[in-house]
Design a protein around this ligand. Structure first.
Ligand code: 4NP
Length: 151
């Protein structure tokens, strides 16, 4: 039996971008009828155990998804074996995750938007979170399509 894809979305704080990426991917997978394990994590420990940023919660709610129950956590060594894909938001996340990766990690590590970054909206206006949603939603759909094209 083929294992279902397991995808970990990663950003810095795990309160703005990666919870939205998790939500967008969950929604895209559900709409496409694709079974997938999806989670998110961060590489910075400032917000551990906290719910996503209220602005991310509001944007997800606007798109019909409740992410208020998520809790920020750190990327852990086990993640590099449990997940088939670790999808990061920007080049800094990519460097951080690669630095954490064990030498025999099995997860594929890539940026959600290929060569393009999902910019950090944390210090931006509320509208930055709408832009984040648009980017992670586009990326989630493209990622799903690329997975399906490989089946
Ligand atoms: P995220 O955004 O990486 O998209 O969750 C950030 C959230 C918090 C901080 C930085 C980025 N911070 O410095 O606390």
């Amino acid at each position: 039996m083929t294992k279902i894809p397991a995808v970990l979305c990663v950003c810095l704080g795990n309160i703005c971008r990666s919870p939205l990426a998790e939500a967008a991917l969950r929604q895209a997978a559900a709409e496409a009828g694709v079974a997938m394990d999806i989670d998110s994590a961060g590489t910075g420990d400032w917000h551990l155990g906290r719910a996503p940023d209220p602005r991310s919660i509001a944007v997800a709610k606007h798109h019909g998804i409740d992410i208020s129950g998520l809790k920020a956590r750190l990327v852990e060594p086990d993640d590099f074996y449990k997940f088939s894909h670790i999808i990061v938001m920007d080049k800094s996340n990519l460097a951080n995750v690669k630095a954490l990766a064990p030498a025999d990690a099995t997860a594929k590590i890539a940026m959600l938007l290929g060569d393009h970054e999902v910019p950090d909206p944390y210090y931006g206006p509320d509208s930055a979170f709408d832009e984040t949603w648009d980017l992670v939603n586009t990326g989630a759909k493209a990622f799903l399509a690329s997975l399906q094209s490989r089946v």
